[in-house]
Design a protein around this ligand. Structure first.
Ligand code: ATP
Ligand code: MG
Length: 448
């Protein structure tokens, strides 16, 4: 932790409601922490100074402050200010107002975007409800102090003040960081009920930062995990990507299982994992996630389609067997199974079609990769998703669920010369001879 001394919790973040907010924040002056402007993106600094020079308050807040204090490189930089969204918008030429309920401003610098949010009041003061219970007015702005208390975890409610480079802590985030704890602000059950996605965020931060969940913050997750049922599928897809594509997917997936959350994200897989008699499915998922983590950590591209293929492989296999038992041939059986499994899954997590199409390709490829005779192996190599299908076969072979011989054959085949490729195909046991219809010869007419 990049602080020069231990800081005590100024007040307990738990069991405080927004009425008894702490008045005096803990302020950590510049010499007592190590966040320097060199670590802050030049774009974020431009926004911070732009606001400050126009007479507004401006702070870095959220994940970037937390990550810098932990010695990590932040993913992005978020800014909080007392300027209204319209005022922010008018200050920066390349900015736009986004969001309907809560207006934010995105200030663009080429492809980089700095998100600027106006201080917000906690939810109970934010929503003005009419006789029918509809929200008629929201986006009520608040003070810095209120903004801190409406955030999720204490470690996410630290502010870096551009005016004097100090860190402002209303909720005890500094002490929690020093103790390595993730603690929900306020009454845990209320805050999880308010937004159940906070449970996923808690788990993600444990996986990513290696911190521990604090008592109630941890205890309530298994109790309230079923609330995830009510989260819109599109939002869950975004969160699932963050969970599985942050370079710590294997650990995070373990945690999701441990806290009973996995079953609400992938119900069919969850069921089978609980009843599993062999170890293939669990091992396949773990290996797929480990591969994904490795690729992300060396900046290689990954596709969510591959992850989905692995996470749903076991339900797919079972369904596939079911259709084969009903005498469907392997490929149509697999396609029918894929339709069932995917349509069930997207009810929970809205995986876009562009990914599920590739997931299907990867699965179908598992049959095609076994059909190597004639020109088939050559043709398959040209398939745009050959690589993903082959990688998936390797994974299956590694877990003992597909023949190693088959995986090795493809490993050699794809890099062999055309001549050797042909030899490899010739050496395969011949395919069942195709029935050919004899062509009748035309009767030859003698020319006189
Ligand atoms: P990272 O960007 O590394 O994933 P982050 O903490 O910055 O982590 P964001 O989703 O970028 O996460 O959110 C920025 C900040 O907004 C958070 O740090 C937190 O203060 C606040 N926040 C985000 N989601 C919630 C939520 N569901 N409830 C309350 N506050 C939230
Ligand atoms: Mg962030």
């Amino acid at each position: 932790m990049l602080l020069t001394k231990m800081f005590n919790r100024p007040n307990s973040a738990s069991n405080l409601s927004s009425e008894d907010l702490m008045d005096e924040p803990l302020i950590i002056p510049r010499p007592e922490h190590t966040i320097s402007r060199k670590q802050i993106s030049s774009h974020a600094l431009k926004v911070l100074y732009g606001l400050k020079d126009a007479g507004y308050e401006a702070y870095l807040v959220g994940g970037c402050v937390r990550d810098l204090l932990l010695g990590h490189i932040p993913k992005d930089f978020d800014v909080a200010t007392d300027a209204s969204p319209e005022q922010v918008h008018s200050l920066f030429r390349k900015s736009r107002l986004i969001g309907r309920r809560f207006k934010l401003v995105h200030v663009g610098f080429g492809r980089d975007v700095i998100e600027v949010a106006t201080f917000r009041a906690p939810p109970e003061q934010e929503q003005h409800v009419d006789g029918q219970g509809r929200i008629v007015r929201d986006n009520v702005f608040g003070t810095l102090q209120q903004d801190a208390w409406r955030r999720d975890f204490t470690v996410n409610a630290l502010y870096y003040n551009i005016k004097d480079f100090s860190i402002v802590d209303y909720t005890g985030g500094i002490a929690d960081l020093q103790e390595g704890k993730i603690r929900l602000i306020g009454d845990v059950e209320t805050r999880y009920r308010e937004d159940p996605v906070r449970m996923l965020r808690a788990i993600r931060f444990v996986g990513k930062l290696g911190l521990k969940l604090d008592g109630d913050t941890e205890r309530f997750i298994p109790k309230l995990a079923s609330l995830l049922d009510d989260i819109p599928a599109a939002r869950l897809f975004d969160e699932v990507l963050k969970l599985y594509l942050s370079g710590n997917a294997a650990v995070t997936n373990e945690l999701l299982g441990h806290y009973g959350v996995f079953d609400y994200l992938f119900p069919e897989t969850g069921k089978l994992l609980h009843s599993e008699v062999d170890h293939f499915p669990r091992t396949l998922i773990t290996k797929a996630l480990e591969n994904t983590d490795t690729r992300i950590n060396i900046a290689k591209p990954v596709t969510p389609a591959f992850l989905i293929a692995a996470l749903l492989w076991e339900p797919l296999r079972q369904r596939w067997q079911h259709y084969q038992n009903k005498k469907l041939p392997p490929i149509p059986a697999l396609q029918a199974a894929a339709t069932d499994v995917i349509s069930e899954q997207v009810k929970r997590i809205a995986v876009p079609k562009r990914f599920t199409i590739v997931t299907r390709d990867i699965w179908t490829m598992q049959i095609r990769l076994t059909q190597r005779n004639g020109k088939r192996a050559f043709r398959l190599l040209e398939h745009p998703k050959f690589r993903a299908g082959y990688d998936f076969l390797l994974l299956r072979a590694e877990t003992g669920e597909a023949p190693t011989e088959l995986a090795e054959w493809w490993t050699v085949f794809q890099f062999a010369s055309t001549e050797d490729k042909q030899k490899m195909v010739n050496e395969l046991s011949p395919a069942a001879p195709r029935k050919r219809r004899r062509r009748r010869r035309k009767p030859t007419t003698k020319k006189d």
